[in-house]
Ligand binder design. Structure first.
Ligand SMILES: Cc1cc2nc3c(=O)[nH]c(=O)nc-3n(C[C@H](O)[C@H](O)[C@H](O)COP(=O)(O)O)c2cc1C
Length: 352
């Protein structure tokens, strides 16, 4: 089935409870029902970041495939990279349902999933079972359990366990749905966690690039010390941003007052603003992945021009379906050419 045909099934999924639809979509992916976009990518989309080569800069953001259960079919849809996770050391059920809400009028979602996942051992086994070489890049996004977490112990252990299997690893300290997690974004605490990961990395045969994922709700003044903390500790990049606990004015969806992280169109401009600020602060020391409200090639190019070397999406993909992936790539390639850019890299930061 092609992504276009698969997208024709989207009205069915839209009629279902949001989390049930997500579960069904993952199963459909694994049955090969969601289609393939096997066409080779336009060469203008090929790009490098943190030492890895991407066939295109459009990735699936963390949280869609928390258990690394559908990495191969997701790459086959045409994503240049898939970030699996967030995975925690031990399995945990997450928050009570309902915990995932669509706001279709706002092209947005609110979630308070709470890191529901099957834990490190199952995640690692799935990554190990993937046929290599994969048709794209696979990242692993790591987090801590709700109960009994010791971040300076847990993040290094997760990093070390996944280092042989992931192309890059993201320290997630920005989910709003695990109490206390975002406090780890303090400069000193993050520094201590990164130092602990650094000690673990020193003993490893293979140490994939390390990234840090930040929240859009950080004060602008907090960004400079965080960028310096990361740059000083050998971090390769930042993922900007996670969901927001803010509720911008004008939301219309009936679920707009639900607790949790808001994603999609209403997050886009703040996420791009954080990206632009971090690009200026990083002065080439960190590669940036832009996420938040991307649903078109124009959105992707706006992130790239604000400083993103790569772009991720979740909500646009969840609301529109698999046909969005080839469409964004087509639109981005056309927009790059129209603006006179010969490559993605040539456009990075040109609007910062
Ligand atoms: C239902 C849902 C679950 C998510 N789970 C995670 C997660 O486990 N880890 C993480 O780092 N980000 C998670 N995110 C955040 C996304 O990776 C992304 O940063 C954010 O949604 C902004 O992109 P978007 O507007 O394209 O959705 C989740 C988002 C949604 C909507």
């Amino acid at each position: 089935m092609t992504p276009g045909l698969a997208s024709a099934l989207m009205p069915l999924l839209r009629g279902m409870d949001a989390e049930a639809a997500h579960g069904l979509a993952l199963r459909a992916l694994n049955f090969g029902l969601a289609g393939r976009n096997a066409a080779t990518d336009d060469p203008v989309l090929a790009t490098d970041a943190f030492g890895l080569s991407f066939r295109n800069p459009i990735g699936l953001a963390a949280g869609f495939d928390k258990d690394a259960a559908a990495v191969l079919p997701l790459l086959r849809l045409g994503f240049g990279f898939v970030e699996a996770g967030t995975v925690t050391p031990l399995p945990q059920p997450g928050n009570p349902r309902p915990r995932l809400f669509r706001l279709p009028e706002d092209r947005a979602v609110i979630n308070r999933m709470g890191f529901n996942n099957g834990g490190l051992d199952a995640f690692r086994a799935r990554l190990a079972a993937l046929p290599r070489p994969l048709p794209g890049i696979v990242g692993a996004n790591i987090g801590v359990n709700k109960e009994g977490a010791v971040p300076e112990r847990d993040y290094p252990a997760l990093y070390a366990a996944l280092a042989p299997l992931a192309d890059y690893i993201v320290v997630n300290v920005s989910s709003p749905n695990t109490p206390g997690l975002r406090d780890l974004q303090g400069e000193e605490r993050l520094g201590a966690i990164l130092d602990a990961i650094g000690r673990a990395r020193a003993g490893l045969e293979r140490a994939p690039p390390l990234l840090v994922k930040l929240a859009p709700d950080l004060a602008n003044a907090a960004l400079e010390p965080l960028v310096e903390t990361c740059a000083a500790r050998g971090v390769s990049g930042l993922v900007l941003t996670n969901t927001t606990i803010g509720r911008p004015e004008g939301l219309r969806g009936r679920h707009r007052s639900e607790a949790g992280g808001l994603s999609g169109a209403p997050l886009r401009d703040r996420a791009t603003e954080v990206l632009r600020r971090c690009f200026r602060l990083a002065r080439g020391r960190l590669a940036l992945i832009g996420a938040g409200g991307v649903s078109s090639g124009e959105d992707a190019l706006a992130k790239i021009r604000a400083g993103a070397s790569l772009v991720q999406l979740y909500t646009g993909f969840a609301l529109s379906g698999p046909a969005l992936v080839p469409r964004i790539k087509r639109e981005l390639a056309a927009a790059l050419r129209r603006e006179g850019f010969a490559s993605v890299a040539g456009a990075v930061g040109t609007g910062a």
